[in-house]
Design a binder for this molecule. Structure first.
Ligand code: URA
Length: 206
């Protein structure tokens, strides 16, 4: 993580992403897409990069993949406002091409700091590029839907909703993988329980 980015608070980080010129993608963007969600979200979804609609609106997953992601969340009783949603690259690659290694590398410190600040207990990677951050060289068709502990976080690789949307077999796969999330979230909460409320003695100190 470059030292400046690693010192930023969340607000500073989001502003740095909006004005970033660390790679060539900045020159073609309408808006950068830093990500959104509660600053203390338990669960974070990491996609690939903004598409056409995300670039116009400056928000992640607002096109057809986003609509599907919202349906998947609803299937387990969650609304998008309850989770943090971001991408491995924050500016749209031209024509929605795959992000290049130097673009992933340039954006990496932002995602590193975002994860550090939000502190999710569960990270769901959507698609190959965010999976590769945790499981380089692995095949998504083999490991999708399986939670693995990385540091104090449970990381669950899943198919990308845009890819799954139009392929009946993959659509069923991502729907089944989502159904596993409530149990994975409960498991993550057992691994690192929330801070206990202050005891009456602690309270009387203030
Ligand atoms: N696909 C992604 O990977 N991210 C978005 O924000 C939108 C579509």
């Amino acid at each position: 993580m470059t030292s400046e980015i690693s010192q930023m608070n969340l607000e500073q980080l989001l502003e740095a992403i909006r004005t970033c010129t660390r790679c060539a993608l900045h020159s073609g963007r309408t808006l950068a897409v830093p990500g959104e969600g509660p600053a203390n979200a338990t669960i974070m979804f990491i996609g690939e990069g903004p598409g056409f609609h995300e670039d116009r609106q400056g928000r992640p997953f607002v096109g057809s993949a986003g609509k599907f992601l919202e349906e998947l969340l609803a299937s387990i009783g969650l609304q998008r406002e309850q989770v943090y949603i971001t991408n491995v690259v924050k500016c749209r690659p031209p024509g929605n091409r795959d992000p290049l290694p130097n673009e992933l590398e340039a954006c990496r410190p932002y995602l590193d700091r975002q994860i550090e600040l939000i502190g999710p207990k569960v990270i769901v990677t959507l698609g190959r590029y965010s999976m590769a951050r945790y499981f380089p060289g692995q095949s998504i068709s083999r490991i999708h839907g399986q939670a693995r502990q990385v540091g104090g976080v449970l990381v669950v690789p899943m198919l990308h909703p845009a890819a799954a949307l139009h392929q009946p077999q993959w659509k069923a796969t991502i729907e089944m993988d989502f159904k596993k999330l409530p149990a994975i979230i409960a498991q993550a909460e057992r691994l690192s329980p929330a801070e206990p409320p202050p005891s009456p003695q602690q309270l009387s100190l203030f």
